[in-house]
Write a protein that binds this ligand. Structure first.
Ligand SMILES: [Zn+2]
Length: 87
């Protein structure tokens, strides 16, 4: 979880994620403690999946994925391909 930087909502200092708990349904709770010794706020942040920006290649049909891996679909073609599959 070190890649996620959580800030204390009281003082704005960087807080440490002490532990996290999987709630289910894509929800995770992060148990955080503020590193500012004068603050010492401990709190829980909810981490949820929001939405997809670019589709996972794992969702692609095998034949399309093979073509992508072989570099037979150019970068400019990829968004069109994804749009086609989504529609
Ligand atoms: Zn704080």
């Amino acid at each position: 979880m070190s890649a996620i930087r959580v800030r204390c909502n009281k003082c704005g200092s960087v807080a440490r994620v002490e532990s996290s708990k999987e709630i289910g349904g894509g929800l995770k709770q992060l148990y955080c403690s503020c590193r500012n010794v004068e603050c010492g706020h401990t709190f829980v942040m909810d981490l949820t999946f929001s939405h997809t920006l670019s589709p996972s290649a794992l969702d692609l049909p095998d034949n399309v994925r093979a073509r992508l891996q072989q570099g037979r679909i150019s970068a400019t073609e990829q968004p069109l391909l994804f749009a086609e599959l989504a529609g």
